[in-house]
Design a protein around this ligand. Sequence first.
Ligand code: ASP
Ligand code: MG
Length: 476
Amino acid sequence: MTSNKRELLIMKFGGTSVGSAEAMNTVFEIVQQEKLEWKNIAVVISAVSGATNILLETATKAANGNEQVIVSSVEFLKQKHFEIIERSIPDETLQGAVKEAISELINEFRSLCHAMFVLGETTPRALDAVASLGERMSVRVLSAIFVSKGIPSTYVDATELVVTNNLYQNANPDFAATTTKTRAVLNPLFAQNMVPIVTGFIGATVDGITTTLGRGGSDYSAAILGAVLPADDVWIWTDVDGVMTADPRIVPTARTIPEILYSEIAELAYYGAKVLHPKTVRPVIESGIGLRICNTFNPSHPGTRLVASFQGGEPTQMERIIKAVTTIRKQKLVTVEGRGMLGVPGVAARTFAAVASTGTSVPLITQSSSEQSICFAIPTAPSNDVITALRTEFSKELANNDIDGIFASNEVSILTVVGHGTKNTPGIAGLIFSKLGDMKINVLAIAHGSSDVSISLVIDSSDDEKAVICLHDLIK
Ligand code: ASP
Ligand code: MG
């Protein structure tokens, strides 16, 4: 008998989706349901909600001389995990075994924090060892729940699968090495009809030292595994109904976008939509794998599908080309201006080198063709440091009046309108500006994404909610 089940699905569940006994039970039910449709499923999960923050904060506080915090965090983590275990695993032997596994990891946490307390410092490598414990705990609990409820399952630490460089706290995977290891570990489990529960977020160097892929990196883990196995589909289960047209806290009529291009989501992820780790998209596009974002707490909702191109032709109406409106808040616009800049090569390079020297990243840049000013956005927090670095870099030009001014604006917000073809469709910019004009909202700077899928505007932060609400009206 041939089955018409699809081959392999990766499902990733975030911290809130595994944050309680009820949530973990829901994850079990979702997997059980999908098992009817798929031959093999691998589950990737985050740490239980809040755990990663507690782990990292405790380590940092311990290194700063606070020993007491270790005791309270140990207690908190133990309680959080034990409660889920007690409420979900009736069999006492299994319950005892999982509790012991969790206690061992918590002891490791205590020792690591204690070492940092004694040394009075943390290192990125040590922080990765600490941060990895959250996922290492959650997978042990969830796989025991699966076994207890009758789905054959085992946990897998991704240190056995994902090989990375040693850029601790933001490590990059080596896809060739990861392919070999992942297939060698997971394929035999699939052959035994097991559902592996894999830690998101973590990997290891070739020497076996634990690394992490960056905060929020579990989405990326799922994409990496999807790409190297390869899977047919990767589904990211979170606590909202997919990607929304705007932040529903600002725009009550915001709704789910049923289908979105990879290029559009990349722009949204970058601009802080928080639904998907920005690195998630690339491995799945490159291997032609389907990606879906759905809601653990509303599993019948179809969520958002990510597609490489629109099926059945591209949308033709101008209105439909606007997909979403997002903001990045707490920014300042920095201007470097002066007549002496005209035609002088190297001013932009020196400007951005000075900004980079403060460790600040620049989300938006504009320069007019007169070359008499460069203007860019940076987060408010480092703005004083950035201005100081720029004034030092250009002290000579300032003294000679080749550069007249280097200054930061009041607090601004960057508003991004995302949609395929915002560039090639005549009238989109006009539509946006006349809407803002009607609302008497002043636009301070504009940047057009060269990817064709976004227009970003800088406005005074006091106007941002009003602007998002009125531009959201353009989404049909
Ligand atoms: N647990 C990690 C974090 O909180 C990774 C993740 O949740 O994606 O950053
Ligand atoms: Mg996340």
